[in-house]
Write a protein that binds this ligand. Structure first.
Ligand SMILES: NC(=O)c1ccc[n+]([C@@H]2O[C@H](COP(=O)([O-])OP(=O)(O)OC[C@H]3O[C@@H](n4cnc5c(N)ncnc54)[C@H](O)[C@@H]3O)[C@@H](O)[C@H]2O)c1
Length: 102
């Protein structure tokens, strides 16, 4: 199963994502890496998750409707990744759109 985990770089999201990865699910993590606390901690969580082949991170704001529509469309048509993309590894840090800072 492919599961979208929002807030995947955070405390709960990263632990949830890891549990799902360990049981064999494919996980797409979505996070905007905001600076509510030190984003370096979130990057460390991201690195841990990226060690799994069945994980990729999308850096975007969950409120960004267009970014989510692009993400869902790409999932429905996995062969149509971004230019130069050749599968899961290449798409791990796919950025649908720059994250707007608020
Ligand atoms: N940690 C706890 O013990 C606990 C207990 C009860 C409830 N909660 C709730 O669970 C949720 C997650 O908690 P946490 O401790 O993992 O917090 P966290 O701050 O570590 O993780 C939240 C993640 O969501 C990301 N995020 C925030 N807004 C976003 C947006 N608009 N788009 C994309 N990503 C966004 C952040 O960058 C962060 O990485 C919170 O709502 C929290 O109130 C947490």
């Amino acid at each position: 199963m492919t599961i979208l985990v929002t807030g995947a770089a955070g405390f709960i999201g990263s632990h949830l994502a890891e549990r799902l990865l360990r049981r064999g699910d494919t996980v797409i993590g979505l996070d905007n890496f905001n600076d509510y606390y030190d984003p370096a901690r979130k990057r460390a969580n991201e690195r841990r998750l990226c060690a799994y082949d069945n994980f990729r991170m999308v850096e975007a704001d969950v409120r960004d409707r267009e970014a989510l529509l692009r993400l869902f469309a790409a999932e429905r048509h996995p062969g149509r990744g971004p230019p130069g993309g050749d599968g899961r590894r290449a798409r791990r840090h796919e950025v649908p759109r720059p994250v707007r800072q608020r």
